[in-house]
Design a protein around this ligand. Structure first.
Ligand SMILES: [Mg+2]
Length: 216
C-alpha cells in the first residue's frame, strides 16, 4: 500500500461510497429494523442476517417479483433513514478540497439513487458532486461487489478505469473496484475494519476521510 495522496494525484475521478463516508445511513433507523420489516415481505424464518441487502439478495433468488417488492420498500426505508441523519464530520471539507484540486466526484452506492440525491440536496452537497451511480433496480448483480455501478460511472464520465479511484469502507467497495479495474482506497475507522479491509489488499488504506485532503 503506497502513499495515498500520490495515488490520488495520479487520478482524475473519485468514486465515493455513500453509506459510511458521506453519512451513516442507518444510524437512526437501524439496519436490523429495516431488515426485519423487509423479511416480513418474504420468508422471515430463512434469513438470519440483519443486513437489508441480504434480504434483497434472498428476495432476488426467489424471483423478480419478490425482489421488486423488497427493493421498493427498501428504497422507502432508505429515504426515511437518510432524512434523519447528518453528513459525516468533515465530508463537505473533503469534497470541497477535491473540487479545488480538480477531481470530479461520483457517488457510487448500493443505496437507492433517490435517497442519495435527496440527502445531497438537503445538505448542500449536490454542487460538490458530479454524478451519482446508485441503485436503480432490484437486481443484486447491479450492486457492489459486482462492478456494474463503477462501470456505469466510468462510462458517464467518458473516461477509463485507470483514471478513477474508489473510496469506500466495505469489502464490497474494494472487490467492486478490482472487478472494474479501478484503484481502491479503503476507509477503515476501526481496528477490526482495518484488519478486514487490509486483507483485501486495497491500493491504499486510511483511517479517516480527512486523510484524503490535500490542503490543511
Ligand atoms: Mg459503505
Amino acid at each position: 500500500m503506497g502513499g495515498v495522496r500520490e495515488l490520488l494525484r495520479e487520478k482524475d475521478h473519485v468514486f465515493l461510497d455513500f453509506d459510511g463516508p458521506v453519512c451513516d445511513v442507518f444510524a437512526r433507523l437501524p439496519a436490523r429494523e429495516v431488515a426485519d420489516r423487509l423479511k416480513r415481505l418474504v420468508e422471515p424464518e430463512v434469513i438470519a442476517s440483519a443486513d437489508p441487502f441480504d434480504v434483497l439478495r434472498f428476495a432476488a433468488s426467489c424471483g423478480p417479483n419478490a425482489a421488486n417488492v423488497v427493493e421498493r420498500q427498501l428504497s422507502r426505508f432508505e429515504g426515511e433513514a437518510v432524512a434523519q441523519v447528518s453528513p459525516s464530520p468533515g465530508v463537505a471539507d473533503v469534497l470541497r478540497d477535491w473540487r479545488a484540486q480538480g477531481f470530479t466526484v461520483t457517488i457510487v452506492s448500493n443505496n437507492s439513487v433517490d435517497a442519495v440525491r435527496a440527502f445531497l440536496g438537503l445538505h448542500d452537497l449536490a454542487e460538490l458532486v458530479r454524478g451519482i451511480s446508485a441503485r436503480t433496480t432490484s437486481d443484486p448483480a447491479r450492486l457492489k461487489p459486482e462492478p456494474a455501478l463503477l462501470d456505469a460511472a466510468v462510462k458517464a464520465l467518458g473516461t477509463s478505469p485507470g483514471q478513477c479511484v474508489m473510496v469506500g469502507d466495505s469489502a464490497a467497495d474494494i472487490l467492486a473496484a478490482r472487478a472494474a479495474g479501478v484503484a481502491s482506497i479503503a476507509l477503515a475507522k476501526t481496528p477490526a475494519k482495518r484488519r478486514a479491509l487490509a486483507a483485501l489488499a486495497p491500493d491504499a488504506l486510511v483511517t479517516d476521510l480527512a486523510d484524503l485532503r490535500f490542503a490543511g
